[in-house]
Design a protein around this ligand. Sequence first.
Ligand code: PLI
Length: 463
Amino acid sequence: MAERPTKKSWAEPFKIKVVEPIKMTTRDYRLKCIEEAGYNTFLLKSEDVYIDLLTDSGTSAMSDHQWAGMMLGDEAYAGSRNFYHLEDVIRKYYGYKWIVPTHQGRAAEHIISQILIKDGDYIPGNMYFTTTRLHQELAGGNFVDVIIDEAHDPTNEHPFKADIDLQKLEDLIKKVGAEKVPYISMATAVNMAGGQPISLGNLKEVREMSHKYGIPIIHDATRVAENAYLIKEREPGYQDKTIAEIIREICDLTDGCTMSAKKDCLVNIGGFLAVNDEELYKKAQNMVVVYEGLHTYGGMAGRDMEAVARGLEESVEYEHIKARIGQVQYLGEKVLGWDIPIIVPIGTHGVFLDARRFLPHIDQDEFPAQTLAAQIFVESGVRSMERGNVSAGRDPRTGKNRRPALELVRLTVPRRVYTQAHMDVTAEAILEVFDNRDKVKGLKFTYEPEYLRFFQARFEPIT
Ligand code: PLI
C-alpha cells in the first residue's frame, strides 16, 4: 500500500478551458535547431520547443475574466476608459498616485532613468537586472550592487536574500555624496538572485536611510505579489495579513515603481511607471508621448490596459499566488531531491540551476550556463535561459566579461500554463542531462551584440 500523505496537497484554483497543442521532436532535429540558433535559446523558434520555460514574461495564460475585458477595449486615442480603470486599480492596490502607462517594463525604466539620473551618478540596487542597469548606464549612471552577500551564494539558505546591506548602502552614499545618488533601485523578488524576496523589516530600515539622506526609493514591482507571498510565509508578524495588505505596505515604503505587467499582472504585454511626486509625473507624462504614445495609453491598446487591470486584481488573490509559487517549489524540490545543484531557497518564478556546480569542468568564460541551457534543449526539448556571464555582459570600463558570482540556468515557470506532469517531465529531463554532464563542452562567441548581448548572441562549441 502507498504511504499515507503527511501534508495536505494543494491544487490550482482554476480549470482549463482552452488548450494549445505542443509537439515533441527528435534529438537530431533539436540538434539542428540549436546549431541554427547559434546555441542561444532566445533564437529558437517557439514551435520547435516542447516545454517552454524560457521566461515567465508575457507567457501567462489569461483568465476568462481578462479575455472578457479585452472585448471591452475602448480604443479611443485619448482618454480610454480602460486607462482610468487601470489607474484606479493601481492606486487601490499599490497606492502610487500618478500613473504613466508604457508598453512594457523597460520603457518605464528608460523614462525614469532619463529623468532622474545625471552623468556620473551612482544608483545603488539589490542586484542588477539586465534592462534596468542598461537604462541606468545609458542615462550616464553607474549601478552599484548593495544586496547582502548571501545573495551571491547559491547554497546560502537566508530567507530574504534580496535584502539590502545597509552598511554597503551607507558607505556608498558617504563616499560619493547623497547628491550623486538620485534614487535607490529596490526590486522585489530579485530576478537575477533566483527570485529571492526582500523582507519588510529590511525595507523599513532602507526607508529610514532614504529619509535620512533625502534619497527616494524606486521600486521594481515586476514580481511584488510573489515577494508578498514569501513575506507572508516567512516573516514573523505577517502570517495573518493578506497579500494585498503586504503589497500595499511595500509600496507605501517607496516613492514610485517601474512595472513589467507581463509577470505578476498575468498579461502578454504591458507595463507602467507610477510615482507619488507630481513634478516627476509631469516630466514622465511629457516623455511618454515622445517614446511610447499618448499618456492615457502609453504603448498599450485599450484592451491591453483592461487585461492588466483585471490581471493585477487576480495577482493579489491568495489561492492564485499560492498555487503559482507552489508549482515552482514542486519542480525545485523534485530536482533538489536528486542532489542537482540549484539556488536555495527555491525562488518565486523559476528554478535556477547552478551551472558552476553542474558543469564544474567548464570555465566561466566558456559560458557553462549558456552551454547547459543549450544541452537541456537538445536532450529534452525543454527551453530554459542563461542567467550568468553572458547576461551580465562586459564591464564598460575594462571591456572584460563580468564573470558574476551566480552562473545560472533559469527554468522559468509561466503562470497558469503548465501542469504538474510538465514539471515531472522537466525534472526528469534535467536529471538525464545531469547524469551525462561530463561529456558537455563549453561555447565561444561567433557574434556578440553591443547591448543586452544574451538576447541575440551566437555561439559555437569549443572543440
Ligand atoms: O521585459 P520588460 O521590458 O517588460 O521588463 C523588464 C524587466 C524589469 N525588471 C525585472 C525584474 C524583469 O524581470 C524584467 C524583465 N524580465 C524578463 C524579460 C525575464 O525574462 O525575466
